[in-house]
Write a protein that binds this ligand. Structure first.
Ligand SMILES: *Cc1c(COP(=O)(O)O)cnc(C)c1O
Length: 374
């Protein structure tokens, strides 16, 4: 059947702002402003304001943002970094590529890193706890901070999926020594290519990341340390400035869609849903993804596909430790493994109409009203 509700809709997100986007590109190119220019500075100021943080540095992408943070924090050979196995490979890869060892732990029922599992993984080599603020939700940062305070490591947040998500009124990315964001096109705030940012309240971290992202050059262009090229393109920053104008509205819409899904599915015992938008006053979730679990996942996905509803299984169905060839063969994480046999994501983006959302709800309900257990 032809696709009725795509999982994501890149062309629609261009169409809705086509004229403003083309005007923006025209303006930037007419000025010849490509690298470390005004639009990037404006963007960094806007993100500071949005999430309440002292320093923002636009960088090439979310993966490099993580690597720069780890390098700036002096993490390398012999160090261990604890992260959840239910994350994008980039979280673990950033640790690997600074020469440190990624230590993978369990997630909890809300799919976020499990603090108990973090605490049992602490060794005298642990330098960093790196929680992923997954699917638009922020972890229980009080619990993680308490573990960090007790044992000594710092927190560096992978907040790629959680721009403006909050825990107890504080934004993802601003809890630890530093945090990172991705502006990959399908992220909450997406550019037209790759983009990322490092955020921090620590002056020294900001200074080091600024040097690392631009060949180790200071403001006079003098090389004062080893660095690399890892800058956010000014043209992407200009696009992001434009998109930020509707960001609050976009987040409100995502929360509304999550609410509609929740109402429709909460009575279906076979499904495990993400927390509803107003379920817990400590959390303000922004629904980068709507990730659910089903005891009949593959049949349900087939049924939805037959009815033109596209769904996706995050990470191709694997937690990081389940990818063969990465050296995690001896690691067993039963909670995460059960979750990865059941999880998948429904369409969640701002180009969905109420009709689209209603259609997805009806299809899921239809599936469960037939005798799916045969
Ligand atoms: C998208 C993402 C990244 C990496 O971002 P890129 O900009 O694609 O490099 C890292 N971690 C998580 C959890 C992500 O979802």
């Amino acid at each position: 059947m032809k696709v009725k509700v795509p999982f994501f809709n890149y062309p629609a997100l261009f169409k809705v702002k086509e004229k403003e986007i083309m005007d923006t590109l025209h303006d930037v190119m007419s000025r010849g402003a490509y690298i470390l220019q005004r639009d990037l500075e404006e963007f960094e100021e806007k993100i500071k304001e949005l999430i309440g943080v002292k320093h923002v540095l636009g960088v090439a992408d979310g993966t490099n943002a993580l690597m720069l943070c780890l390098r700036a924090a002096g993490v390398g050979h012999g160090d261990e970094v604890i992260l959840t196995s239910h994350t994008y490979i980039a979280t673990a890869a950033s640790v690997h590529f600074v020469g440190a060892t990624p230590v993978l732990v369990e997630c909890g029922v809300d799919h976020m890193i499990d603090p108990k599992s973090v605490e049992s993984a602490i060794t005298d080599k642990t330098r960093v706890i790196m929680p992923t603020q997954l699917n638009g939700r922020t972890c229980d940062m009080d619990a993680l901070q308490a573990i960090a305070d007790k044992h000594g490591p710092v927190i560096i947040e992978d907040a790629a999926q959680a721009l403006s998500s909050m825990y107890k009124g504080k934004c993802a990315g601003t809890f630890g020594l530093a945090g990172t964001f991705s502006f990959y096109p399908a992220k909450l705030l997406g550019c037209f290519g790759d983009g990322g940012a490092v955020v921090t309240n620590d002056d020294n971290m900001a200074k080091r990341v600024a040097l690392l992202r631009d060949h180790g050059r200071n403001e006079e262009g003098v090389v004062v340390t080893w660095g690399t090229n890892c800058r956010l393109d000014n043209i992407q920053a200009a696009i992001l400035n434009l998109k930020l104008k509707t960001f609050d509205k976009d987040i409100a819409r995502r929360r509304e869609i999550a609410s509609i899904y929740h109402q429709a599915f909460k009575g279906i015992a076979d499904l495990t849903l993400p927390p509803a938008p107003d379920e817990n006053e400590r959390h303000f979730d922004v629904y980068q993804n709507y990730e659910i679990e089903s005891g009949h996942r593959d049949d349900l996905r087939d049924f939805l596909e037959e009815h033109g509803v596209r769904t996706i299984i995050q990470w191709a169905g694997n937690a990081v430790h389940q990818f063969k060839g990465l050296g995690f063969d001896n690691i067993k994480l039963p909670v995460t493994e059960k979750m990865t046999s059941r999880f998948f994501m429904l369409p969640m983006h701002t180009a969905l109409s109420d009709e689209d959302v209603g259609y997805v709800c009806d299809c899921v309900k239809d599936f469960y009203s037939t005798d799916y257990t045969d």
